[in-house]
Design a protein around this ligand. Structure first.
Ligand code: BG6
Length: 480
């Protein structure tokens, strides 16, 4: 039996940039699902702040269409939707000049209580974080129960990340700061920790004696759409690798912490980041989908695809390459981790067939879509036709096993903020260690022209794995 979920206390959710894209597409739909599940009740307030709020009616219509899946999931959810929007308040606020702060303060003071968390979610560009924090302090809104939520990318490099960390930590304590990497809130990413640390089965295998190599693919079919000017400045290395992919590497490679507790987990992830070997030029490959410059309206060297070989300098992982790739406008949407185990030391079946030899055991952790785990094995083909083999698999599909909808990462992360649980959020030293690894990669990438690739392919032709006489495993080949 799966234990019950715990409710949260009534809270103030203040979303700065509240009518913007992130808020409309991710944060508010997540809060609505939690409202439907009675985790958030009508005593909470959701306050959306923006410099200009055009039309409240149009905003709610657009939001409603983003929440349609939730609205249509039960008959009475239209009524629930109408109750949900009653707890939403819109406030015109300029975090630079402070204009509008009296209105915000008034709403918060109405239900002020020291047990009522006041959550500031900065869904805005990181260049405005400093001003926003000063505004919160100057308005007297940084009280012990206040929390700050910020999104990646934190800075554009280590230098700017330090500046941002300094700005926010001059107002908030580290224990009040929640740096979101939404990959950590994904169900299968957490299951990776359950797989490793709630079972004994894999731990003995989880090292360079048994693992040959690891592949991580985060491929998207979408392009960059209206985020193109942001993306052109950041590229795949800063947008995806610096955060989501490095976090996945950390969770696969880290040592078991003594307890599932925020700082212990983050200490272990930090150790992995610090053990990453700086890459060399031939360990990096970048690409750009063909229509990118046209969409942008000018030539650009920004990479929309990156692949690299990650080496972890420690005892557990010495000699085990982690091949990592991510890109836009590729042929499939798939995020998956494939752990390939070493081959048998000796093949007793060699005189019958080579089949058993050619199929190394693989553990496939499918983060999305079709979340689940697969263990690839070799089995004997049934019948009296001699020892013949075929690849078979143990398959745990979360979708089939748990009939309930799998909640979006933002739902879990937002509830964790209310509970004051920082386990799935990045600490400032982790962010800086990630930039220590990434800054030199950005420099190497500047000297490589990204190779153009066709939309709907898996990026430019590989030059990294083939150098190791290996090849990418295509996510589509793993589907049964
Ligand atoms: C975001 C990146 O952090 O993650 C986007 O900025 C990317 O560029 C997105 O599309 C991918 O998230 P998901 O949950 O769709 O895999």
């Amino acid at each position: 039996m799966v234990p019950e979920k715990s409710n949260i206390v009534p809270s103030e959710f203040i979303i700065v940039g509240g009518t913007g894209n992130l808020s409309k597409s991710k944060i508010l739909p997540a809060l609505f699902w939690r409202f439907l599940d009675n985790q958030i009740d009508s005593q909470s307030n959701i306050i959306l702040c923006d410099k200009y709020i055009k039309s409240k009616k149009d905003f709610f219509l657009e939001l409603q269409s983003n929440c349609n899946k939730a609205i249509k999931s039960e008959d009475n959810n239209l009524e629930n939707w109408n109750n949900f929007i009653k707890i939403i308040k819109l406030v015109e606020l300029d975090v630079v000049s402070g204009n509008g702060h009296l209105h915000l303060v008034k709403i918060i003071k109405e239900k002020f209580d020291e047990n009522r968390p006041i959550i500031f979610y900065l869904a805005i560009a990181s260049s405005l974080f400093g001003n926003s924090c000063k505004f919160i302090r100057d308005s007297g809104l940084n009280v012990p129960q206040s929390r700050l939520v910020i999104e990646k990318p934190i800075g554009k490099n280590k230098k700017t990340a330090i500046e941002i960390n300094n700005e926010i930590s001059s107002v908030f304590k580290e224990s009040q700061i929640y740096r979101i990497d939404h990959y950590l809130g994904k169900e299968t990413v957490q299951n990776l920790m359950a797989l490793r640390f709630a079972n004994t089965f894999f731990e003995n295998q989880w090292n360079n004696n048994n693992i040959d190599h690891v592949q991580i693919t985060v491929s998207e079919t979408i392009g960059v759409k209206e985020r193109i000017s942001y993306y052109n400045e950041y590229g795949a290395i800063r947008d995806m690798l610096q955060n989501h992919l490095l976090q996945l590497i950390c969770l696969i490679a880290m040592e078991p912490p003594s307890f599932y507790e925020a700082d212990q987990l983050r200490d272990e992830k930090l150790r992995v980041l610090k053990a990453l070997k700086p890459i060399t030029e031939d360990e990096l490959q970048t690409g750009q989908y063909r229509s990118f410059s046209d969409e942008l309206g000018k030539n650009s060297d920004t990479e929309t695809f990156v692949a690299l070989k990650v080496v972890i300098n420690n005892w557990r992982w010495a000699g085990v390459p982690f091949y990592v790739r991510t890109g836009k406008k590729l042929s499939y949407r798939a995020s998956e981790i494939i752990i390939t185990f070493k081959n048998k030391p000796h093949d007793i079946f060699s005189k019958f067939t080579k089949d058993a030899q050619d199929n190394p055991n693989r553990l496939i952790i499918r983060v999305q879509p079709e979340e689940g785990l697969k263990l690839k094995l070799t089995s004997k083909a049934p019948g009296p036709g001699g020892m013949r083999f075929f690849p078979s698999e143990l398959n745990l599909s979360f979708g089939d096993t748990f009939t309930d909808r799998l909640p979006d990462a933002y739902e879990r992360l937002l509830m964790d903020v209310v509970r004051g649980n920082q386990t799935l959020f990045m600490r400032s030293d982790e962010v800086l260690a990630a930039w220590d690894y990434i800054d030199p990669i950005v420099e190497i990438a500047k000297n490589q022209e990204p190779q153009l690739y066709r939309t709907g392919t898996m990026g430019p032709e590989d030059k990294i794995l083939c150098a190791d006489e290996n090849k990418w495993i295509d996510p589509k080949d793993d589907r049964s």
